[in-house]
Design a protein around this ligand. Structure first.
Ligand code: GLN
Length: 456
């Protein structure tokens, strides 16, 4: 009731939710009854989880922020949602996002713009802006987002919460509306590292419905760190931390840079050995990401033909039905990505764009491998600036894309990364939060969570 009340009070200002469940109290009462009957409870019993609206839920609509899927009700739960329900969690609603996850502000949603709870005139980041704002404003306890090129980490930084992008394959993508399948992962938001870790634990693991999900054992990500003895044992002594040199150049807001420096000195105080490390191909990541993500999306989005899903515009001939349904259903950013992707994949340009971007992807993966052979974790800002004004970059896609420079490389390499708050910059009526990013080797979420937990 407390959460529902807060949602009613704050939603008119924030617009984080596209849909709020009407079953929350009923599900909570069911848990009460289980307690009365002394029945076993799942690890997330009664925890309110908000879910990004590109993750399928059988009892609520799933629009992916697009008109093309307006009114669509999936006949199934995404595996991550099914696992949450099996753990006793209550899905409180579906959160706003940039259409199909394409954007960095939620301004690209076909339905509404979400505001940043720290300053309502600013963006919450994106594309999982609704999920980040919901945790930040305590409209829920934790939330799920998706991260193709930074969509969990950048909004976590803008909204002052913890954001966790798992290793590619750690969490099943079954039921996640596909944007760029080789990059997409479902990620977690929480107000503490332990919350994000516990949430990740409940949704991780192999799934026979997603051939790219990993069969690796899932460690108990968070519970072992919740002990006083653990914190007193100086567990970070000798941990090798590499600060990525290319992420602290002049393009980064000076206040963000100084927050990152503050965070690294804190890590040194905790016993870490901090050095600088270079990723020579770092700056190639952004163009390679936008070519690959657009290419994959142009293929993935071909399924929205007005016949199989969502909205249809009637026409007397099949091709015009496709054409009109897509013309009306997709927003302008999505259309631009489909055009860019189709162009990059077309016979005459494939070698120059798509193939070359794949080669860059290999280079970036090798750069990370070298750096992570010499370091336990790597560090960078989560974004070059704090949250900016609504409207500021809306009509300048290149400026918006440039804001993803800190995060896209991690997706190209499939690595896990954790963003947590590390300071504030001046701006608006309040100071604005800034986050920093810890990057680990594949499947080493546990190490990131350990460092993050001790850091906070
Ligand atoms: N802003 C990036 C894009 O538009 C990343 C989005 C995401 O991670 N879903 O592609």
């Amino acid at each position: 009731e407390t959460f529902l009340h807060r949602i009613r009070r704050t939603e008119p200002h924030l617009h984080s939710f596209l849909h709020v469940s009407d079953a929350v109290l009923k599900e909570a009462e069911e848990i009460d009854r289980k307690i009365e009957r002394n029945e076993a409870l799942g690890p997330l019993a009664g925890i309110l989880v908000a879910v990004k609206d590109n993750i399928c839920t059988a009892d609520m609509p799933t629009t992916a922020g697009s008109r093309v899927l307006e009114g669509y009700r999936p006949p199934f739960d995404a595996t991550a949602v099914r696992k949450l329900r099996e753990s006793g969690a209550i899905i409180v609603g579906k959160t706003n996002l940039d259409e199909f996850g394409m954007g960095s502000t939620t301004e690209g949603s076909a339905y509404q713009v979400t505001a940043n709870p720290w300053d309502l005139s600013r963006v919450p980041g994106g594309s999982s802006g609704g999920s980040a704002a919901a945790v930040s404003a305590r409209q829920c306890v934790v939330s799920l987002g998706s991260d193709t090129g930074g969509s969990v980490r950048q909004p976590a930084s803008f909204c002052g919460v913890v954001g966790l992008k798992p290793t590619y394959g750690r969490v099943s993508r079954y039921g996640l509306v596909a944007y760029a399948s080789s990059l997409d992962v479902i990620g977690c938001f929480g107000s503490s590292v332990a919350d994000a870790g516990i949430l990740l634990h409940s949704i991780s693991g192999h799934d026979r419905f997603d051939a790219t999900s990993s069969k690796r054992q899932v460690p108990d990500f968070a519970s072992q760190f919740i002990s006083k003895d653990f914190l007193e044992s100086k567990p970070l002594k000798g941990l090798r931390v590499g600060v990525i040199r290319e992420t602290l150049d002049d393009g980064v807001d000076p206040e963000v840079r100084s927050s990152i420096r503050g965070a690294t000195s804190h890590l040194e105080e905790l016993g870490c050995t901090v050095t600088e490390v270079s990723l020579p191909s770092f700056s190639l990541g952004l163009p390679a990401y936008y070519i690959l993500a657009s290419s994959e999306s142009s293929s993935n989005l071909s399924r929205y033909d007005g016949v199989r899903y969502g909205n249809q515009v009637a026409a007397d001939e099949l091709n015009s039905l496709y054409e009109h349904s897509r013309a009306k259903g997709f927003g302008s950013e999505v259309k631009m990505r489909i055009l860019m992707g189709t162009y990059a994949l077309s016979a005459g340009y494939y070698d120059a764009y798509y193939k070359r971007a794949q080669q860059v992807r290999t280079l970036i993966r090798e750069n990370f491998k070298d750096a992570l052979d010499k370091n336990d974790i790597l560090i960078s800002p989560a974004a070059p600036s704090a949250a900016y004004k609504i409207g500021e970059k809306k009509n300048d896609p290149l400026a918006m894309y440039a804001g993803d420079v800190m995060t896209v490389n991690v997706n190209l390499a499939g690595l896990p990364a954790l963003v947590l708050p590390c300071g504030f910059v001046e701006g608006g009526p309040n100071s604005l939060p800034v986050g920093f990013q810890l990057i680990g080797a594949a499947f080493e979420e546990e190490k990131l969570l350990k460092v993050g937990h001790i850091f906070e």
